[in-house]
Write a protein that binds this ligand. Sequence first.
Ligand SMILES: Nc1ncnc2c1ncn2[C@@H]1O[C@H](COP(=O)(O)OP(=O)(O)O)[C@@H](O)[C@H]1O
Ligand SMILES: O=C(OP(=O)(O)O)[C@H](O)COP(=O)(O)O
Length: 395
Amino acid sequence: MKTLNDFNFKNKKALIRVDFNVPLNDTFEVTDDTRIVSAKPTIIKILEDGGSCILMSHLGRPKGVQDAFSLRHIADKVENILGVEVKFVDECVGEKAETAAANLQPGQILLLENLRFHKEEEAGDKAFAEKLSKLGDIYVNDAFGTAHRAHASTTVVAQFFPNNKCFGLLLAQEIESINKVLKTGEKPVLAILGGAKVSSKITIIENILDAVDHLIIGGGMAFTFIKAQGGKIGNSICEDDKQELALEILKKAKEKNVQVHIPVDVIAADDFSNDANTQVVDITAIPDGWEGVDAGPKSRKQFHEVVMQCKTILWNGPLGVFEMESFAGGTIELGNSIAEATKNGAFSLVGGGDSVAAVKQFGFENKVSYVSTGGGAMLESLEGIVLPGIAAILE
Ligand SMILES: Nc1ncnc2c1ncn2[C@@H]1O[C@H](COP(=O)(O)OP(=O)(O)O)[C@@H](O)[C@H]1O
Ligand SMILES: O=C(OP(=O)(O)O)[C@H](O)COP(=O)(O)O
């Protein structure tokens, strides 16, 4: 696996795919700069070698050229974080971009305009990728968050650098942390899957059964499993067409000696609002008109005990509707348990858009071993798929 450290960038132009798809507010300020900060080590290493950096990224999902999605909005923020002047060019291919890249001197940084202003980017167009490739001498992919997309800049462009392509430090670190869970994780290994996207996560459960000793199925995910086993779930969220698969997963887990932990009690609410009436009920007997919105006290205790026994912990998906203060308790307690286990030496990996938001909101960011910069990308990796952006470097 070629990484940045296998190259010396002296007098070389690095064409770096970063994922600067960061959230912006109404006045175009970056509200979460994690992805920019995470790309810094790669950029600095190249500059310190005596090379220059051409940064390319998408931002959002624009339809054609839309100023609201211009990377110009984040250029100052990038400059600020890197501590080096960032030149911006309002194109990513063609004469203007090529001239700007050609004029770049060692130690300088150029930020290209949003790749998705060209439909060829998402189409994985070869001619477009070739135009991008003209800008640099060495291709570096450091965009883990977009590694599950087979786009021109993440995948196709690599073929124009057969001997001059490598992973950036962030991407290498992300791969390593996923491997720590799936391949080399110290036992017992625990996966905690919560949240709401049952259909997109249920395939992940199947895939990771070989890698884990314990599995916690919490949050909105739990109800499909409870209903499939004959429990009464009231108005709780459920994906009826996945019930059979849920039973199959429980059967497979048993065959593979994976211990599955599903909440035994829940906080049920009579309305999907922060000030709904609530009661703690058995998860298999939720009254009609009520829905499970957070883990109950017995479940929290049960999960704490499981977490504390495990040496490798993967967490994706909150245990309740954490966006509402009244239903954040289960997620916070789980975060505390994982923080405590990590302090005692466990390796913990958290990923997923909402899970990472929860981790940051409740201050666990520095108390877990690794917070992934990818949502979809991390989930797809856990399904055992070699992501196209990663495969393109390995080929
Ligand atoms: N019991 C529940 N009922 C309804 N929604 C839930 C429940 N538990 C968690 N959720 C919701 O799940 C969402 C996050 O799920 P998901 O998108 O699968 O997680 P991630 O983005 O971390 O992968 C949150 O918005 C949260 O409110
Ligand atoms: O934010 C991203 O993905 P994520 O929301 O799954 O973490 C990536 O930048 C990919 O963006 P896309 O889902 O528009 O291809």
